[in-house]
Design a binder for this molecule. Sequence first.
Ligand SMILES: Cc1cc2nc3c(=O)[nH]c(=O)nc-3n(C[C@H](O)[C@H](O)[C@H](O)COP(=O)(O)OP(=O)(O)OC[C@H]3O[C@@H](n4cnc5c(N)ncnc54)[C@H](O)[C@@H]3O)c2cc1C
Length: 416
Amino acid sequence: MEKKVVIVGGGIIGLSCAYYLSEAGHAVTLIDRGNLTSGCSFGNAGMIVPSHMIPLAAPGMISQGMRWMLNSKSPFYIKPRLNKELLSWGRNFYRSANQQHVDRSMLALRDVSLLSKQLYHELAQKSSEIAYEEKGLLMLFQSDKVGEEENHAGEIARKLGLAVDFLSKDAVQKLETGAKVNAIGGVYFKSDAHLYPNKLMDFLIQVCRKNGVQFKEETEVTSIQVENGKIASVSSSVEKISGDEFVIAGGSWSPELTKQLGIHLSLLAGKGYSFTLNQPPQRPLIPSILCEGKVAVTPMGSDLRFGGTMEITHVRDTKINQKRLQGIVETANSFYPEMKIQFPNPDDQWYGFRPCSPDGLPFIGRSSKLSNVVIATGHAMMGLSLGPATGAIVTAVICEEKAPVSIENFHPDRRF
Ligand SMILES: Cc1cc2nc3c(=O)[nH]c(=O)nc-3n(C[C@H](O)[C@H](O)[C@H](O)COP(=O)(O)OP(=O)(O)OC[C@H]3O[C@@H](n4cnc5c(N)ncnc54)[C@H](O)[C@@H]3O)c2cc1C
């Protein structure tokens, strides 16, 4: 049965929902406060990462995080403030950072990631513009200690069925023919893929328009009307939009929306930065993570993007921390000593807010609080990667069909 579905949020998650819902024959309206040209889903590192099956909340993360907090150029930081949300998120993170949680989450993350990659593979048949490539992901390291951690993660992924190679210094350089690499070794996840996020977003907007999705841009949802245990409509300052079903895909702003529904989402913004070199004369050809500095490096078409840092903060904190950006540049130059990467000009500096749940898993599914609301957010470092799978899952939920993979671990009402 065709339903009228209203989606709040036009990042990769909202757009993926719009795409699969419209393909399934529903009448979709997508609302975004911006003009769908910028934001977290555009400037990210474009990696599709079945390799990332260990959630952020894992043993060892708290002590590692503490060490990083003391270094102004480090890749991780929690902006200290006396705030109820931050304290509760921190408590939930602490409770989740254990081995049982990791064991419970890995299969769920593997399955949803592999589904998403399969869906990206299908989308790429429809557009070469998105620059989708299956070249894997190289985790590069410069110290024995980090190498041990990465090898361990690679062993786990291999046991769970992913193709992983463990590379010596020479084997790294043999694989990476685009630039000289200064690393003592690498773990190569052959399962991963990458694309050009800005071009993917343009493509999805275009196909959604063709499918009849109605876009309401520059339209901020400021209030939500609930009647008889359901959302009746959402309102902006100029109009009221009604529907049969509502999808909340507001990224880091989602808690502001769900609060109005009596749904508490433990979610904070994880600010990260990137800059893109247009057609650099020399560039790595294999997407890589420079592990000591947690910097992501992605060839996108003929461009090259560097991204990194995770500053747990709030959505009003829009300043770009120049020291942390400098940390990204220094890490990049240390791993690619011949590239001589320059500090980016202010106009080329980008930031985005990753919507971070405290247990490192997304929130996908219906909340038990209201009968016609589906939540789709909290994808943190994996939102681009998990976009299509999330769109397909949300479509199955709204069509009252079995989800294509288990979503039990992603329940929006879960306790931490
Ligand atoms: C440096 C960096 C690198 C990254 N690299 C990768 C990567 O390689 N692979 C990967 O998988 N992920 C990566 N990510 C994470 C990924 O970018 C995010 O997880 C993803 O973009 C989140 O998508 P979203 O749709 O949930 O949120 P957003 O893209 O933030 O979209 C939410 C939208 O909701 C709208 N909205 C919010 N509230 C309202 C309202 N009240 N009314 C109307 N509209 C509203 C906002 O305007 C926004 O457009 C990276 C992130 C960063 C910062």
